[in-house]
Design a protein around this ligand. Sequence first.
Ligand code: COA
Length: 260
Amino acid sequence: MALENILLEIEKGVATIFINRPEKLNALNKATIQELHETVKSVDENPEIRVIVITGSGTKAFVAGADISEFANFSAEEGSLLASKGQTILFDFIENLKTPVIAAINGFALGGGLELAMACHFRIASENAKMGLPETSLGVIPGYGGTQRLPQLVGKGHAMEMIMTAGMIDAETAKRYGLVNHVVPQEDLHSTYMTIATRIMKNSPVAISKAIEAINANFLTGVNGYAIEINSFGACFATEDFKEGTTAFLEKRKAEFKGN
Ligand code: COA
């Protein structure tokens, strides 16, 4: 698939996916969502890639939301379909990937943009970043998981206030709320995520993917996360990575994980 709205850079096992529509502040139109799905899927399936980073092109925006011009005339049915398809192919898809996904929020992350960042496994932000779910100012609610993931990350009260006011918060406030883990000058965003990715890549990819699954299970209704943890913990004992990790520790050397 030819990529028109996405740039992909691969560096030392880290795939950085840039959403690349800077003239529209990287707003997510249908084509971009499809390209993101294809790109994320292909890098997740590539065993050489140990960490995925999603960011926006340029210095102004991560993603300024879903592309308003595409859905302004939608019916109720078309609106539901837009949300359900988007959630399936992109937002839930990213949350459940086996490869760790970091959002590097380099500017505005609004509406679908903040929802995309929240679907990633964790977030870092540049000092100029501004985040919000402005959907109620357009007469709609967040439809890409925002009403569910925002309260998970910041608590019900902050989520209610952010969604009701449709306002933006700055990066430091987002850090205080627990929405982002780190805030750094924009010019340090790349080196910061590469440093974190390097630390992640020292560890077992199999164990990390099982940890992602178990942590996500905590937020699923009707699923016993403790049972998932027990199963995944046991399954780790049958992996080459576990043998390598424990042997390397006992031999006082660095583990060389192969991811199987
Ligand atoms: N959908 C479609 N186009 C968008 C967009 C979106 N979510 N966000 C920005 N754009 C477009 C603008 O229409 C403009 O295009 P144009 O030059 O062809 O007119 C271009 O991106 C630049 O945006 P502009 O509004 O001129 O930049 P700004 O610096 O004055 O304001 C924002 C920046 C982020 C405050 C403003 O663009 C905005 O409020 N965007 C919409 C945010 C939103 O409601 N997102 C949720 C959607 S569900």
